[in-house]
Design a protein around this ligand. Structure first.
Ligand SMILES: Cc1ncc(COP(=O)(O)O)c(C=O)c1O
Length: 383
């Protein structure tokens, strides 16, 4: 295992004056702090079980809330199809433990979410990559354990798979005999356009029921309500949920009882409101980032236009290398994540990831303009 470059980098970011586009974390001013304070107080007063051990599967009312959330989004299911996890990150770890052995094949996009790479790497698979940009360019893998995708507003690219690509991904998983892991961390944060169908929903529609499907859907409250409580879930066929539950039991017995009770109450009362507030805030920050790039980015620099999520992905002209660029950026009190952090083979140094979630619009505008200034200087130097 390698220390996560992002987490190492985050240590630098407390420096006064640093303008960081690096961490893709929610803005804490969006957290419903008063509601959390009241609900924690209330749960402690009324619930005898809040401070007690609880079942591995999760707090039953929360499992039912999640089953309803999934059913409303085209994945009809019951609580037996839901395991509450310690963030969706734990779901990835449990899935890795269940399916991945040394040398087995895991298919992912390149680039992909760094935390998924870390989770699966622990079980020593071979990574195969799949690209969606020119239709579905398939890998040779005919025998894979997992196909892992972040279909909406992906980390790091911000890109979203079309319905056609989702259908093709399911077909690829079926042919490879793989479980499709749908990581929906950002799916609720859509700023415009109609939602694409969940891959899990397409799968259930094709296979006739969730029990016959091959998709494990990983959801989380981290990007909508709070990442600090560490509550997420995995939803899929009951037979797989039971096996994942046994693995979780051996790992941590259960997710924090009080946090599940609190998240249940907050989700029941504030979910739609919290999602709407987050969307309203982030869309404006995205717009400022995109318009500043359009105004100042030197010729040859390209970037994605995400319709949701927290990230914009830049592609640099050949002469520039994002690791070297980061050192120079930090000297100017600017930070981003170099692209190679998101590739299993360490390639991708012609890319960098910018997050617009944490900074106010004015700071985004001046920070992106400064970054474009740095790119300009470096391109001139290289010419
Ligand atoms: C794509 C993706 N999946 C999963 C996670 C993990 O989120 P959590 O464990 O907080 O649910 C993240 C966090 O940044 C992410 O970007």
């Amino acid at each position: 295992m390698r220390a996560s470059e992002i987490r190492e980098l985050l240590k630098l970011l407390d420096r006064p004056g640093m303008v960081s586009f690096a961490g893709g974390i929610p803005d804490p001013s969006l957290f419903e702090v008063d509601a959390f304070r009241n609900v924690y107080g209330d749960v402690l007063t009324r619930s005898e079980s809040a401070l007690q051990y609880s079942t591995t599967e999760g707090f039953p009312p929360l499992r039912r809330w999640i089953a309803q959330y999934m059913s409303d989004r085209g994945v009809p299911c019951g609580e037996e199809n839901v395991l509450v996890t310690h963030g969706s990150q734990q779901a990835l770890d449990l899935i890795g433990k269940l399916f991945v052995d040394p040398g087995s094949s895991v298919i992912m996009t390149a680039p992909t979410y760094l935390g998924a790479l870390q989770s699966f790497t622990a079980f020593e698979p071979e990574f195969d990559s799949v690209r969606f940009s020119d239709g579905l360019a398939l890998t040779n893998a005919t025998n894979a354990r997992l196909l892992y995708l972040v279909p909406d507003f992906a980390n790091p690219t911000g890109q979203t798979l079309s319905k056609q690509d989702r259908v093709a991904a399911l077909e690829l998983a079926r042919r490879a005999g793989a479980i499709l892991v749908e990581d929906a961390a950002y799916t609720d944060l859509r700023y415009e356009g109609d939602a694409e169908p969940r891959i899990a929903a397409l799968d259930v529609a094709q296979s006739g029921s969730i029990e016959a499907s091959r998709t494990l859907y990983c959801g989380t409250f981290s990007k909508t309500l709070s990442p600090g409580l560490r509550v997420g879930w995995v939803c899929g066929p009951a037979s797989l949920i039971r096996r994942l539950t046994l693995i979780k039991q051996a790992s941590d017995l259960h997710t924090s009882t009080i946090n599940q009770q609190v998240i249940f109450r907050i989700a029941s009362g504030y979910f739609d409101q919290a999602v709407a507030r987050a969307r309203d805030t982030y869309v404006q920050r995205r717009d400022v980032m995109l318009s500043t790039l359009a105004k100042y980015a030197p010729q040859g620099v390209r970037w994605t236009t995400p319709s949701g999520g927290l990230f914009v992905w830049l592609t640099l002209p050949q002469q520039l290398e994002s690791g070297a660029l980061l050192e120079k950026a930090v000297a100017r009190n600017l930070a981003f994540v170099p692209g190679n952090a998101f590739f299993a083979d360490g390639s991708g140094s012609d890319h960098l990831r910018l997050s617009f979630s944490l900074l106010d619009e004015k700071t985004i505008a001046s920070g992106v303009a400064d970054l474009c200034g740095l790119l300009d200087d470096e391109l001139r130097r290289a010419a």
